[in-house]
Design a protein around this ligand. Structure first.
Ligand code: SF4
Ligand code: FE2
Length: 636
């Protein structure tokens, strides 16, 4: 574990405050876990059955296998793919909930939500083969929502997932069919994977990994439909200007943090807050101030320009400001410790989803059928909490940075289209072919306190930009850049290489935006990474190459969650090189580790590499991008 806790100055100030009041944060708890158990850390601890835990002790007679005889490769493969199952379940369930609401809207049962982006509905309908010609919008919507819901329950293994089929290039579909990883249904694939990895079922690591990749493709599918249907319900983001860091919390306002992942409630809170400013004023505040944490924050940032307070590892520190009146949380990446942090202050932690409760915190059962009323009641709880705020305890770091975000695929193509209206994607392909930019990298994923908070994200961004690599970003990685002041035009001037600067100059001249474009294009939350893959699919098509040939690398410099394992895995199946900034728990089996870091490239064109050192990882990323470019140039 690194000695420096965070690179974020505001977070450092709040960590000092936490120490002062005696609150142990996640940074203290991470330190307390050292030294880590080597068995768990390398993936050779099995807890799948009650005879376990079994640990692999290579030199001890009988100890080189589990009690059942499972070898290191079986144990490591099973552990790894079970991460994927967890991640794919989380993303897909998120998508299913959105689909359910969209269906209720289409059927006329739910009047609190509406279709906000009918054009997107039409595009999605056409892509997935729903008839649109001469049909009522609500009928089309019903078919789209039903098609999304059908992805979950399908059990006929001769069929294939609709979204995956509609949005992936034929060449990839063929690879997936040949390797038998093409899924039919999401629930089926996830249940099968849990079955496959039960004690005494599959011992073959390759077969287990293929089962895992099938689940990972379900993750992509669940993500894609979650993004599409959220855009239909809430609008497809366009470039927005806002700010990031704890300085976005306002001492004179009722502060509400929106934290988690699902936009169903948070979007309603944003809408309701616009109407309820007077209620906050009646309580003595200057109004209501919403800020975002993690991907719920990214959702409302992308669509509404809501400021970012902080990202995953520093969520407790938003409470330490003493000015957070309520933190409204939905699902995923919410630390249970928020409750204890809130006890030091007046903050109300409000859980809202039936599967996500924290003992001692306030649970408000969010009712989708009366979403507007639910959102209003939640805001009223925050206003009540504000009345109990002790202003003497308020200590908000005076740190915030300008952020330009909202780069959905549609928004990116719209900007490129200002230069080349007939063929927008040609703009970036031209820049690559001219050598102006070397290639593309996506910086994604979580925070992981095995390293210094936000160090790897920001160090990689600066290094890759210096090397003329065009950057996409999403999830908590995007927030790291935003918090550090990298997500604006000034950062382009400061950190971009000469070629990248030229590319930006042309884009800025044409884009017609009030603000200069930022150093990285923030595509949204972690459930929105399909926007990045769709972008790369267009690039590949325009270049006339397959996905594994595109000069593109995906990097999760501080990966942490099961979702990250699922995302990384579908990226590999898609043919992308994937950097992970922590040593993965596959290294306990040489065989499995070689499969995911080497053999995978022969089969899918994509592969993982582990590199905790940001500068070395950036150098390797540039190397991969250059190698892919050379291969394309040699062929021509
Ligand atoms: Fe041990 Fe096998 Fe049970 Fe795992 S499944 S805990 S290796 S006996
Ligand atoms: Fe996320």
């Amino acid at each position: 574990m690194s000695e420096q806790r965070t690179i974020d100055v505001a977070a450092t100030q709040m960590l000092d405050k936490a120490k002062e009041i005696g609150f142990l944060t996640t940074f203290d708890r991470a330190k307390a876990q050292e030294p880590r158990c080597t068995f768990g850390n390398t993936g050779i601890c099995c807890r799948i059955c009650l005879q376990g835990p079994c640990r692999i002790l290579p030199k001890k007679p009988g100890g080189n296998k589990g009690i059942c005889g499972a070898a290191d490769y079986t144990i490591v493969a099973r552990n790894t793919v079970r991460y994927i199952a967890g991640g794919a379940a989380a993303h897909s369930d998120h998508g299913r909930e959105i689909a359910q609401v969209l269906l209720h809207v289409a059927e006329g049962h739910n009047h609190d939500y509406k279709i906000t982006d009918a054009d997107k509905l039409m595009r999605v309908a056409k892509n997935i083969g729903v008839e649109t010609e001469g049909r009522d919008v609500m009928d089309i919507c019903k078919d789209v929502a039903s098609a999304a819901l059908a992805e979950f329950g399908r059990v006929d293994e001769t069929q294939e997932l609709t979204w995956l089929n509609a949005y992936s290039p034929e060449e990839r579909l063929d690879v997936w069919r040949k390797t038998t990883i093409m899924p039919a249904g999401i629930n089926l694939s996830l249940a099968k994977l849990l079955h496959q990895t039960h004690i005494g079922v599959d011992a073959d690591p390759i077969n287990i990994i293929f089962g895992g990749l099938k689940a990972a493709l379900c993750d992509f599918n669940g993500q894609h439909l979650a993004t599409d249907l959220s855009d239909i319900l809430f609008g497809t983001g366009v470039p927005v200007v806002t700010e990031a860091n704890l300085g976005a919390i306002k001492a004179d306002k009722v502060n509400i943090a929106l934290h988690g992942h699902n936009p169903l409630l948070s979007q309603m809170v944003v809408n309701a807050a616009k109407e309820m400013q007077d209620e906050a004023k009646a309580a003595g505040a200057a109004g209501i101030n919403l800020v975002g944490i993690c991907c719920t924050g990214n959702e409302v940032l992308t669509r509404e320009g809501v400021a970012i307070a902080t990202n995953f590892a520093t969520q407790e520190l938003a409470v330490m400001t003493g000015a957070m009146d309520a933190m409204v949380v939905d699902v995923q990446c919410i630390m249970p410790s928020l409750r204890s942090a809130a006890e030091c202050f007046h903050t109300k932690i409000i859980t809202t989803m039936p599967i996500m409760k924290i003992p001692g915190s306030y649970h408000f059962a969010f009712d989708e059928d009366h979403a507007v009323d639910s959102a209003k009641e939640i805001i009223r709880l925050a206003i009540e909490a504000y009345k109990n705020r002790d202003q003497a305890q308020v200590n908000i770091p005076n740190i915030k940075n300008k952020v330009v975000a909202g780069f959905t695929l549609e928004a990116i193509l719209n900007i490129f289209g200002k230069i080349n209206p007939e063929n927008p994607i040609r703009v970036i392909v031209d820049a690559m072919e001219a050598g102006e930019i070397k290639g593309i990298a996506a910086l994604i994923g979580c925070n992981n306190l095995k390293g210094t908070h936000d160090h790897n994200h920001t160090a990689m961004a600066r290094e890759l930009a210096k090397n003329d690599i065009f950057l996409l970003a999403g999830g908590c990685s995007a927030q790291a850049h935003a918090l550090a002041g990298l997500m604006n035009g000034d950062a382009v001037k400061e950190y971009a290489g000469e070629g990248l600067k030229k590319f930006y100059a042309r884009l800025n001249a044409a884009a017609g935006l009030t603000e200069e474009l930022p150093l990285m294009f923030h595509t949204g939350s972690c459930v929105d990474y399909s926007r990045q893959q769709d972008f790369i699919n267009l690039v590949a098509k325009e270049m006339g190459v397959s996905i594994p040939e595109v000069p593109y690398v995906v990097s999760a410099p501080e990966a942490m969650s099961e979702k990250a394992v699922a995302i990384g895995s579908w990226n590999v199946a898609y043919g992308n090189a994937v950097h992970v900034g922590v040593i993965a728990p596959t290294v306990g089996s040489q065989l499995v580790n070689d499969v995911v870091t080497k053999v995978a490239e022969d089969v899918f064109g994509g592969f993982f590499f582990w590199e905790p050192d940001a500068l070395k990882a950036a150098a390797r990323t540039v190397e991969i991008i250059e190698e892919r470019s050379w291969k394309i140039a040699m062929r021509k």
